[in-house]
Design a protein around this ligand. Structure first.
Ligand code: ADP
Ligand code: MG
Length: 398
């Protein structure tokens, strides 16, 4: 999905207020009645002008066949609200190229006021569900109001919470910078996904590093749940050493882990299944891509379980519950993901129909495909477009 920020600069303070009112009303109305929008916005002059302005640029949509006249927020509207929050908090100043299109997310390069590049991840749960299986549609239809919005929020919150906890405990993950609604902002990792790497100097050491990361996660009570070649970015650092007449160049590869909405506890009912799947993903990829097979079997789940809490480390599966992502939220998100068939992009079943997984590994230009759909062409460079708004300080809640 495109993220067209152009309309932002034309929205008036009243439009923003009206958009926020639709968001507020969406919490308990699938279709927010027009009079309620007026009431929540508190705009005495009426909201009709703003409503039509917002509907015209697709930030809200009039719902057909509703019993009453009303509107719902669109993904575009929610995007704008999140961006406006970032803009006010100075987390994001401009929006640049789209670098990824996942099954359930869009990834953009953004920049702060100093021009430092960051990554904006927008969760879009419900997107594939509406396109695919009928059962999913029925499931969603029977959900309480605004389910896609709520679930996308949960996914973003979960990802932010886990990324923060992992980062605090020294795991190689991006730095989480901000979170709003269905989106997060994190540091940009200047690296390619392992999927795009055709050879490495020493597969055995990279393999060992990845397996030790899986075990270290287990020690902290966690399973990534989607530990695959798309979610491991490989940072390449070249070191030059000169000794006398000899100049040696060593390349070190550092794996950075991303993508956390599907993380599960080592105590999860299916923990063994997820653990094995993560391990096997690495094994399979190393065999196919680098023709490397480890001499060692495993690691096995039963052994990994013995590592939980070793050396007195905090169980992050437990601590995240206290820091904002509750067990109830975890259950709701998991039930939803299961119902719509989102079970990590490492699962070939779940990834059916996903173009990233269309063919087998050897497809050479596969790497170019990610981010192809709907990507805004901005030329070769990364040109950002500043988020401009009118009267930025006249927003609701002030
Ligand atoms: P999804 O849930 O859609 O798989 P990911 O978080 O895995 O989303 O991101 C999709 C792609 O976007 C990644 O494979 C990677 O290429 C890119 N990406 C995501 N986060 C970052 C980041 N912080 N820095 C650089 N690239 C990133
Ligand atoms: Mg991913």
């Amino acid at each position: 999905m495109r993220l067209d920020t152009k309309a932002m600069r034309y929205l008036t303070a009243e439009d923003w207020r009206t958009l926020t009112a639709v968001e507020t009303g969406s919490r308990n109305h699938e279709v927010v009645p027009t009079p309620l929008i007026g009431q929540i916005s508190g705009l005495r002059g009426g909201v009709h002008k703003s409503i039509s302005a917002l509907a015209k640029v697709g930030l809200i949509a009039r719902l057909k066949n509703a019993k009453y006249d009303g509107y719902r927020l669109t993904y575009g509207g929610l995007d704008y609200l999140a961006l406006n929050t970032y803009r006010k908090r100075k987390d994001v100043y401009s929006v640049g190229n789209q670098i990824g299109v996942g099954k359930e997310s869009d990834i953009f390069v953004v920049a702060d006021e100093q021009g430092v590049q960051r990554v904006l991840k927008i969760h879009r749960l419900g997107r594939i569900s509406f396109r695919t299986v009928k059962a999913n549609r029925d499931y969603l239809r029977n959900r309480s109001s605004g389910s896609w919005m709520y679930m996308s929020r949960l996914a973003a919150l979960k990802e932010y919470t886990f990324m923060t906890a992992l980062r605090e405990n020294g795991f190689p993950v991006p730095e989480p910078l901000a979170q709003s609604r269905h989106t997060i902002v994190m540091s940009l990792i200047d690296a390619f996904p392992m999927r795009q790497i055709s050879s490495v100097p020493d597969p055995a050491s990279l393999y060992a590093e990845l397996i030790s990361m899986i075990l270290r996660l287990a020690q902290y009570g966690l399973i990534h749940g989607d530990f695959n070649e798309f979610n491991i970015l490989i940072k390449e650092e070249t070191k030059r050493e000169i000794e006398g007449d000899n100049e040696t160049e060593t390349i070190t590869l550092t794996p950075i882990l991303i993508d956390f909405p599907q993380m599960v506890s080592m105590d999860h009912a299916n923990a063994e299944y997820y653990f094995d799947r993560d391990v096997n993903c690495v094994k399979r990829f190393f065999e196919r891509r680098f023709h490397f097979t480890s001499d060692e079997k495993g690691p096995h789940f039963t052994d990994a379980r013995k590592l939980i809490g070793k050396d007195g480390v905090t169980r992050l599966d437990v601590s995240v519950e206290a820091s904002g992502f509750s067990r109830k939220m975890a259950k709701e998100l998991e039930a939803y993901m299961k119902a719509v068939g989102v079970d990590g992009d490492g699962d070939p079943e779940a990834a059916k129909g996903d173009k990233e997984y269309g063919d087998e590994d050897e497809d050479e230009d596969e790497s170019e495909r990610e981010g192809e759909e709907d990507v805004e062409e901005n030329g070769a460079g990364r040109q950002e477009e500043a988020i401009e708004v009118n009267e930025p300080d006249l927003l609701p809640g002030k």
